[in-house]
Design a protein around this ligand. Sequence first.
Ligand code: IPD
Ligand code: CA
Ligand code: CA
Length: 280
Amino acid sequence: MLANHTLGSKSFTAVAINTASKAGEWIQSKLGDYNSLHTKSAMNDLVTEVDKGAETMIRNLIQTHFPKHGILGEESVEPGPDASRQALAKLSGAEYLWIVDPLDGTTNFVHGFPFFAVSIALAYKGEVIVGVVYNPVHNELFVAEKGKGAYVRGRRLRVSAEAKLSDSLVATGFPPDKDHAAVNMRGLQALSGKVRNIRVNGSAALHMAYVAAGRLSGFWEVGLNPWDIAAGSLLISESGGMVTDPLGQPYNLNVRNVVASNGLIHQQFIDELKAAEAAE
Ligand code: IPD
Ligand code: CA
Ligand code: CA
């Protein structure tokens, strides 16, 4: 059982929603109007002052309500998988840990491609209990609470009903980290022809929200970070779907390679990835 779910007068979920909304509105106001574009771990790993400003805003809002909670935010971690693992390990003692991607889909934001989101999760003793993914362009705020379901605009989310890969619309992504390019390409090749079609839209968090909403049957990607998937994982499990690593082990905060689905296609999805040596 969760300990006290409310501190002061604001619930965790209310703070997550309020924070994601404020950051998302500000990000949208900066669309086409950012000033500095830099690269991080690779020439295709982008960051702008909007990513950093949004993270500062989110940290300040969370800390105002919950000064004792830990916060893992992408822009406060050195680039690259090792630094990301270390940052998570360092914060693993925090009873309450907020996991924040202030702008998931920076490349899209930079190009004006309207598919990006703010992703905020709260974990209690390592288990995600609140997940919010906010797409300011469509004004869609996806919210999940452990054991209480997932919603968008007051409507309960349900995963899709496709039971066969051949009827499924799935999505994937290409992380900037070149080490995973080959494995992701093998997955892409193995699944094209087996599924109805594949989408690559550039925001892992929104792809996962779309699985929760039944708009996608599944999503997989190798080489992600905790902030890309923590909120989405709860959205999907609270919508009746399944989130594992590509070997079928249940999701936890250390998972970086993810397979998410409506549950019905999960085993077939994993089997295809394994057969293609696209599962790590
Ligand atoms: C990226 C997006 C993208 C995924 C990459 C992520 P960012 O996050 O989620 O869809 O393919 O692996 O790094 O850098 O835009 O926050
Ligand atoms: Ca991200
Ligand atoms: Ca980001």
